[in-house]
Design a protein around this ligand. Sequence first.
Ligand code: NAD
Ligand code: DAU
Length: 377
Amino acid sequence: MIKTVSELTGVKSEVKTMLVTGGAGFIGSNFIHYMLKQEKDIFIVNLDKLTYAGNLENLKDIENRKNYKFLKGDICDSRLLDIIFKEYDFDFVVHFAAESHVDRSILEPNIFIETNVVGTASLLCSAKKKWEESEWHEKRFLQISTDEVYGSLREDKKSDKFTEKTSLKPRSPYSASKASADHLVKSYFYTYGLPTLITRCSNNYGPYQFPEKLIPLIINNALNNKMLPVYGDGKNIRDWLYVEDHCDAIYTVLRKGKPGEVYNIGGNNELENIYIVNKICEMLDELYPIKNNLKFKIQNLKSVSYKDLITYVKDRLGHDRRYAIDATKMKKDLGWAPHSVFEEKLKDTIGWYLKNRDWVKHVTTGEYEKYYERMYD
Ligand code: NAD
Ligand code: DAU
């Protein structure tokens, strides 16, 4: 039975309620940690289906907080959404839940349409239904989108960057599903005046990222003496954003952003994939030299650097060449800019994965999927 906010906190009027969808994933869980540090008068409901990408171990340290509640559920389930919206009367919706991995979207596009498009449509519908019962101009529905909706930039024209005015030209099933969701979100603003906003950010990195994405995959494979797959010529460019900077940007948009607007969020770190892979190897060589790594000792290999594991593999289908974000609007209108220095935060991220070998082990063995049954069933 879901308890109401006043039952849980005892102080209804002061407390803002926030629905975070997909809060057991990488960015969502970082965002929940971040918000609970920033705001004491907040009550967060985390609605997550716990797909392979959802990991409640990410939220272990806050799961007993009085102002946090986890609900297992699907954003495509309209009935459930209506019940939750009625119970909690949300002030904010921060919508992260999605299928997020481009490679998977190439193999299995339909689930991306279901979750990213139909799920977003269901969420918009329930928010509108509940919010139109009273004044809604203070409410905020924030769609967390991606720079990938803009398509791919030429690598030889470095001055080209995505602005909020760049037209949408998604090129993978993942980015097409996110672009569709963005259109739906906008349509609710134009048609009904629902106070929606959209943020589009570049590649995030940091703690709790599922090791199927480039940075954690390379760290994890290297530590386990597995090949480090680099797609194509390794020269595709992404703009890397530390996840805490992203959380800070989202918080800024929730407080200061204007409904109906789109905000681009980037890290000012345009880097080739091969540069990142080499950097990770160099940092690991320093932080966890191969001579101390049991995985190498056992096989009696002669490698001295993790770089020996780098392997160029077949390119991703339709692989976007370059992304680059122009985040001038965030700076000019909302006073936000990223703070992190890439190489410092990359080292911290590697340090996090080294320190949290159990977390990685649970993810790779599937142990993390039992956490919900142990804690909530
Ligand atoms: P993630 O894959 O790590 O997490 C997604 C979360 O959504 C998981 O916890 C999963 O269980 C949940 N989920 C999936 N389907 C659901 C459903 N039907 N109902 C409820 N929950 C469901 O993703 P992430 O990397 O944290 O990305 C979060 C959001 O940010 C996504 O919308 C993604 O498109 C966007 N984004 C991510 C990046 C990035 O670099 N990771 C960059 C730009 C935008
Ligand atoms: O740009 C924002 C997007 O960033 C988000 O919207 C997505 O949700 C997120 O997954 C991410 O997409 P990418 O496809 O850019 O991320 P990924 O980590 O999968 O790949 C980064 C780059 O590294 C890309 O050019 C492909 C390449 N790559 C990836 C993997 C997994 C490799 O060369 N080898 C690999 O094994």
